[in-house]
Design a protein around this ligand. Structure first.
Ligand SMILES: *Cc1c(COP(=O)(O)O)cnc(C)c1O
Length: 370
């Protein structure tokens, strides 16, 4: 089917940047700068400056960024790590793969980690908490950092969806011991394949992660210990560095689109929209996704698709604890389960035009009118 409004439009973004992208590819390939070269160092420096941390270390993807961060923080077997179930399976997989036990807690009305639930889930085994800044909105980091500090619990941020988002003028990824980013193509800053990074202001963490991502190889040719191959390709880093310059403009456009959705849809009682973008508030949201809750969600999704609007259902309709074969311990997460029954993601990308947003809203209004 030809979509009238695509969920994400990769070719449109490529067309806009084609010349610069091809110039970058030509430069990198003609120099043969393929692994751990200057372009990677430049991107890491620019990313750290953008987020407001001292260091950034490029990795193969965000799942590996999370796993290496947990390892570098000394999390392993016997430890419990608290996170949410309303997230991509990757967050929980990273905890599982370091040998720790994931403890999943419920979310609040903004679809993010409920800090009270984190507090209630703390045991003597709790070593870390992984807040997931879902859809481009940060968790309540004031309360979470205070709780972590009081209880001696390490915070590792899953910032995969929150590049450029802030809480109290501090950017996502810069609160915890480490913050992890994804540059998967669909993310706000997307590579042309898999890519990720860890940001941190802790020198020891940065050093450990640089070793862990590259077989433990030290500059003097030694091997520091058993490690992994989780490097970020130099070519991807060069392209990400090029695109990073556009991120503030792209965030501005996403916030405009969120404002339009809010304007066209906020009077519908059948929908629950995310908080609209506000200037000068505590939260600065970047709208990686526009996740709404809807009455008769499944019928609405069918109607939107029939009318040419490409729609996604978060995680295919199930939170992580609802995937039975993962064998996670039983948990009681009523708010998460209710959201997964009601949530859908409306198209959200920088190439979306105002008339397209208006069209999506009109299809939704027609659905509830009939
Ligand atoms: C995309 C995403 C990840 C995984 O990122 P990859 O780069 O694909 O490994 C992890 N957590 C969240 C919340 C994500 O959205």
């Amino acid at each position: 089917m030809e979509w009238k409004v695509r969920f994400i439009d990769y070719p449109a973004q490529f067309r806009k940047m084609e010349r610069e992208i091809m110039d970058t590819v030509r430069t990198v390939l003609s120099r043969g700068d393929l692994m751990l070269r200057q372009q990677l160092k430049d991107f890491e420096a620019h990313l750290a400056a953008f987020v407001g941390t001292r260091y950034a270390v490029g990795t193969s993807n965000c799942t590996d960024a999370l796993q290496l961060s947990l390892r570098a923080a000394g999390i392993g077997p016997g430890d419990e790590v608290i996170t949410v179930s309303h997230t991509f399976v990757a967050t929980v997989a990273a905890i599982h793969h370091v040998g720790a036990t994931p403890v999943l807690v419920d979310v609040g009305t903004d679809h993010n980690m409920e800090i009270g639930a984190v507090e209630a889930a703390i045991t003597r085994q709790t070593k870390a908490v992984v807040p997931v800044h879902l859809n481009g909105r940060l968790c309540d980091m004031a309360r979470l950092m205070q709780l972590g500090g009081e209880r001696g619990i390490t915070v590792i941020e899953d910032s995969a969806q929150a590049l450029g988002a802030s809480f109290d003028d501090k950017k996502g990824g810069s609160f915890g011991l480490a913050g992890c980013f994804s540059f998967y193509p669909a993310k706000l800053l997307g590579a042309f394949g898999d890519a990720g990074a860890v940001v941190t202001s802790n020198e020891e963490m940065a050093q450990k992660i640089r070793l862990l991502r590259d077989h433990g190889r030290t500059p003097d040719g030694d091997i520091a210990g058993w490690s992994f191959n989780c490097r970020l390709d130099n070519l991807q880093a060069a392209l990400l560095d090029l695109k990073l310059g556009r991120v503030p403009e792209w965030i501005g456009r996403r916030r405009q689109i969120a404002g339009l959705y809010h304007k066209y849809l906020s009077d519908l009682t059948e929908l629950r929209l995310p908080p609209p973008p506000v200037e000068g508030g505590v939260y600065f949201d970047v709208f990686q996704n526009y996740e709404v809750e809807a009455r008769d969600r499944d019928a609405l999704v069918t109607f939107l698709r029939e009318n040419g609007v490409e729609i996604l259902i978060p995680w295919g309709g199930r939170a992580v604890h609802q995937f039975k074969r993962l064998g996670l311990r039983k948990c009681n997460l009523p708010a998460t389960e209710e959201i997964l029954r009601r949530a859908l993601l409306l198209p959200m990308h920088t190439e979306l035009s105002d008339p397209q947003v208006e069209y999506v809203a009109e299809v939704i209004r027609t659905f509830y009118r009939e």
